[in-house]
Design a protein. Structure first.
Length: 370
């Protein structure tokens, strides 16, 4: 039988999330997109706005440290995995949502740059559990008893930090351009034991070197700002549909956690620059005429660099099987699941033998038909 371990933690409470009917702590409800009181059931709509399109100057941010989120949040750090969780000033963390450890304590670190945008949860907790159960039923190479004997731990909803960057680029490049041409060549082949002269068209390449410039503006280049223990699974639940982004409001985080970015702004830009450089190379290939284009060198000036900090939603949990813990994530917007699961050596062996048998049958029929 599957089960759910009970893990309790205090949900953040502010004047913004206090229930006007009974005074209880209302939490964001992904199913309705409103604040919902778990005690009296009353709901209060959150006005969704999309006005916060202001880009922040990257170079200025490097010169002046931003602690704009400190007035709302305080930092808890897990001594086991190093993940830092941002909670309300009056909230206490009992366990780490990223590794499950109880070794978590208040940190003196600053909360850092306040997010400009948030992608609210759209997948409720119960639906996330259903998505996980469907996912685990499809683990074809897992032990057969897994589907009936795992223990599902509590799901934690968390907002994961991302950076987006804009930049104008001006690149000077050197390329080698190859143009195809064909020559007629004669060679000797052996047919029926006798030499024979044949002619054929052989393709060759004529090379030339050119210099040029490529200009482009890159908008909202998205990079992850987390390196916690669950971050390796996040790539597998992407992409997020960013057209659902709205202005950051405290209400969206009520009942959920937020991770403090562990990849700082400067390092985030370096990651974004790698993505931009790849796009520049692709743009140069598209701009330069030629049958073959090899880039020798590219020198790029990046100007008007701006950034935004945003939060994207995931459900984090784990399940226990044969005294081992396996972590998994559920995309809080799309419901896509990513995780690790046990593998049955017997099932893998049978699959390998089946493939080898099929190859052997194919080889046999090829041999008898020759």
């Amino acid at each position: 039988m599957t089960g759910v371990e009970n893990e309790e933690y205090t949900i953040e409470q502010t004047e913004m999330t206090k229930c006007p009917s009974c005074g209880g702590n209302a939490a964001f409800d992904p199913a309705t997109g409103a604040l919902k009181c778990p005690f009296c059931g009353s709901e209060r709509a959150i006005e969704k706005t999309q006005h916060n399109t202001i880009e922040h100057d990257f170079l200025q941010a490097l010169e002046q440290e931003d602690h704009s989120w400190d007035d709302e949040k305080r930092v808890f750090k897990c001594d086991s995995c190093g993940a830092e969780t941002l909670l309300d000033k009056d909230k206490v963390a009992d366990f780490c949502s990223f590794c499950g450890s109880s070794h978590i304590a208040t940190s003196s670190h600053h909360a850092g740059i306040k997010p400009a945008l948030v992608l609210p949860f759209q997948i409720p907790r119960d639906e996330a559990v259903d998505k996980f159960k469907l996912w685990i039923r499809k683990r074809y190479f897992a032990p057969s008893k897994l589907k009936k004997s795992y223990t599902l731990h509590t799901l934690s909803g968390a907002y994961i930090p991302y950076w987006t960057f804009d930049s104008q680029t001006n690149s000077a490049y050197v390329v080698n351009i190859g143009t195809y041409y064909y020559v007629t060549e004669t060679r000797t082949v052996v047919e029926d034991g006798k030499p024979k002269q044949v002619t054929e068209q052989v393709r060759k390449i004529r090379w030339r070197t050119e210099h040029g410039h490529y200009r482009a503006f890159y908008d909202d280049v998205l990079v992850k700002a987390s390196r916690n223990v669950a971050s390796g699974l996040i790539d597998n639940i992407e992409p997020f549909q960013l057209n659902g982004l709205v202005d950051y409001k405290t209400e969206y985080l009520s009942g959920f956690l937020a991770e403090k970015y562990s990849i700082p702004l400067k390092e985030g830009w370096n990651d974004a620059k790698e993505i931009i450089d790849q796009r520049i190379a692709s743009g140069i290939h598209g701009q330069v005429p030629g049958d073959v284009v090899n880039i020798v060198s590219v020198s790029t000036d990046y100007t008007a660099i701006t950034y935004k900090h945003m939060l994207l939603p995931i459900w984090i949990s784990s399940f226990a099987f044969n005294n081992k813990i396996y972590r998994f994530l559920v995309n809080g917007q799309t419901g896509k699941v990513s995780g690790k699961s046990p593998v049955s050596a017997v099932k893998v062996s049978f699959a390998v033998l089946a493939v080898l048998a099929i190859i052997g049958i194919i080889w046999f029929f090829i041999q008898i038909n020759q």
